[in-house]
Design a protein around this ligand. Structure first.
Ligand code: F3S
Length: 646
């Protein structure tokens, strides 16, 4: 057999359907699944609708990390729903405060060589431990829990050779920011990034996780590293050496594309407000006043990072004009830093210590004030994601963050002097009291699921109608994120299990009247530019438009997860044959597409849409036979129900 790279090895070991040729649809047997509360509530309702008594994957976990603020009954109701649901159906439940799903998963459940899918776009973080981990929609997770394969297009595999060694104050975050600078937020679409070379030996598992985490911002299917002695060491310190397995590319393997980064040449980097790919060297933008510094998120909140920040803060004070908050990625990180005593340095500096969870990253608190410059160690800075409409959020490493917090200005951390090289603890604090295992299967029948009034029934789409007809309800530009389609934040997120209520906020920041108009017009079409639906895996960005009657999205191109989510909810993703036709489809333009079911069933690759004054435009429909069947059925749930026997 030919030499395989690592990604090909893991895929071939899980291949249930199709061929490993880039662009071909493949079905993969899923070992493990991960959910978080913002998407997982819906995934659970979807799983329940399939009528299967217990999950059929080897491990499933749901983490309450997004909606940990309880300002009304909604989040509390949802937490109790998730806990009782998890107990009954065979899922581990990670309590609020136990940590961010990706950090906890890396610590407690990552296993090299396994295939994980997760209803969160940063699921690839586990690639830092040699897992193939893919972010998907909640419905894909529900279907995998029912034992069905996960379908996706076989990506191209990009080999990224890391040479050299990071210099002091330069970090894994700078590696992925360099990738974003080179490739942009569209540069990874349809690709897996596989990192190799001598440079990986200077990166610990969480640092590798940082790089894989923000591969999501490249639009990549996933990113991964081999497992090696560094992985083994990490897992041993996690008290689970038995989970380690060596997995690496074959010698002499090849990649579809190749890149190289010399770590020795990198400098501290920062992404300017608006997009994670607006990357510059810190020294080129330094000097600007800073008002807020936030350290945390699934990208940068591991033990070494929080300890490094604590060490830098020792004996120093946060600048009087800066408000600084730190949220450790997990209870384990918090406990291990507390055991060391370094937590004192954080508190004494005047920084605010927040509990472990997503917090400000998802707009749950810490929204910046008007015109504040906010420096964050997070992964995303789409406008408005912070909870403040005209925010100015910069993305950078924790090292740059803490330098800014002390000086009150954007600062190159190399100006702080000697770099504190923090050693690993002999053993992390192993305390799984925040993870509730499922009830034994034999008692599952007897367990009741708690459903508060915030848990509303799951809306379903009807099978595809014969003619798609309606107006263009909104036309948006390039790189519209799922945050822009379905905003988050403390007011909106608690409504995630109440689709009628959350639907009122679709496109809210861009056009507060969208939901009202969509309902008055009985649905219609959305028109988008390039890379429509980039960003998080938020399936409410497809589910809520479906509820409002959106029948199709016509865009120049789509981001992978959102495109899959649209199909899953019975909304056809059309692409312009001629990008210039975008100009013809202004808001209010009528659109009619005839014989839609016939076209889907016949496998037509293009369809004709009739618009204003009988003008015709050609739309591309790039769908696999299975996706066509899903759309005809009115979405994946209808399709699975019609095809699965329990
Ligand atoms: Fe949470 Fe932000 Fe990561 S919302 S899962 S910390 S991207």
């Amino acid at each position: 057999m030919a030499s395989l790279n690592l990604a090909q090895k893991i895929i071939s070991a899980h291949l249930a359907d199709g061929k490993m040729e880039p662009g071909q649809e493949i079905g993969l047997k899923v070992d493990r699944v991960l959910m978080q509360d913002a998407t997982g509530t819906m995934a659970c309702l979807q799983f329940e609708a399939m009528g299967i008594p217990r999950v059929k994957v080897e491990h499933a976990a749901i983490y309450v990390d997004h909606n940990i603020l309880q300002t009304g009954f909604e989040n509390g109701d949802d937490h109790r729903f998730l806990q009782t649901f998890a107990a009954k159906y065979g899922i581990h439940y990670s309590k609020p405060g136990n940590g961010i799903c990706h950090q906890v998963n890396l610590e407690r459940f990552s296993i090299p060589g396994k295939l994980l899918i997760g209803s969160d776009s940063h699921t690839p973080t586990a690639g830092g431990a040699g897992m193939m981990a893919i972010g998907v929609g909640g419905l894909d997770v529900a279907v995998a829990m029912a034992g069905a394969p996960f379908y996706t297009k076989m990506p191209k595999i990009v080999g990224v050779k890391l040479t050299g060694r990071l210099r002091p104050w330069v970090t894994a975050k700078d590696v992925i920011l360099e990738m974003l600078r080179r490739l942009t937020v569209k540069g990874g679409v349809g690709k897996i990034f596989e990192y190799y070379g001598e440079g990986i030996k200077s990166l610990g598992v969480p640092q590798r996780g940082t790089i894989c985490n923000m591969g999501a911002e490249l639009g990549a299917t996933t990113s991964l590293f081999e497992s090696d002695e560094i992985t083994q060491d990490y897992m041993t310190r996690q008290g689970r050496p038995q989970d380690y397995k060596r997995i690496a590319a074959d010698p002499g393997c090849s990649y579809d594309e190749n890149m190289e980064i010399n770590l020795s040449e990198l400098e501290p980097m920062i992404a300017l407000p608006g997009s994670p790919d607006a990357v510059h060297k810190v020294r080129d933008v330094q000097g600007q006043d800073v008002h807020q510094v936030l350290i945390g998120s699934c990208t940068n909140s591991s033990y070494i990072e929080i300890m490094t920040v604590a060490h830098v803060l020792k004996g120093k004070k946060v600048h009087p004009n800066v408000t600084m908050a730190i949220n450790p990625g997990s209870k384990q990180v918090l406990e291990t830093v507390a055991r060391d005593g370094s937590i004192y340095n954080i508190i004494a500096s005047g920084a605010r210590l927040l509990e472990s969870g997503c917090q400000g990253c998802i707009g749950m608190g810490s929204a910046p004030g008007t015109d504040w410059v906010s420096i964050r160690s997070f992964n995303r800075n789409w406008p408005g994601r912070s909870g403040t409409k005209d925010d100015k959020v910069y993305l950078t490493s924790p090292e740059v963050c803490v330098a800014c917090a002390i000086t009150g200005k954007i600062t190159d951390p190399r100006d702080l002097g000697e770099y504190p090289n923090i050693p690993w603890p002999d053993k992390f604090v192993i305390d799984d009291s925040g993870i509730v295992p499922p009830a034994p299967a034999q008692y599952a029948d007897t367990l009741e699921i708690s459903r508060g009034p915030n848990i509303r029934p799951l809306p379903l789409r009807q099978p595809m109608e014969a003619i798609l007809q309606g107006e263009v309800l909104i036309r948006v530009g390039d790189n519209i994120s799922t945050d822009a389609i379905m905003p988050a934040g403390a007011k909106i997120l608690p409504l995630r299990s109440n689709v009628p209520a959350i639907s009122e906020y679709v496109f809210y920041w861009l056009d507060p009247d969208f939901a009202k108009r969509a309902k008055e017009k009985h649905g219609g079409f959305i028109v988008g530019g390039e890379n429509y639906g980039q960003g998080s895996s938020r399936e409410h960005a497809a589910l809520a438009p479906m509820y409002l009657g959106v029948k199709g999205v016509i865009a120049k191109s789509f981001a992978r997860i959102h495109r899959a989510n649209l199909i899953n909810f019975g909304i056809i993703p059309f692409e312009f044959q001629n990008a210039s036709d975008f100009d013809l489809l202004a808001q209010g333009t009528p659109v009619t597409i005839e014989n839609i079911v016939g076209n889907l069933k016949q496998g037509s690759k293009t369809m004709e849409a009739t618009t204003d004054k009988d003008k015709k435009i050609t739309l591309k429909v790039d769908l696999t036979p299975r996706q066509r069947d899903v759309l005809v059925a009115g979405g994946l749930l209808n399709y699975i129900r019609s095809t699965t026997t329990q």
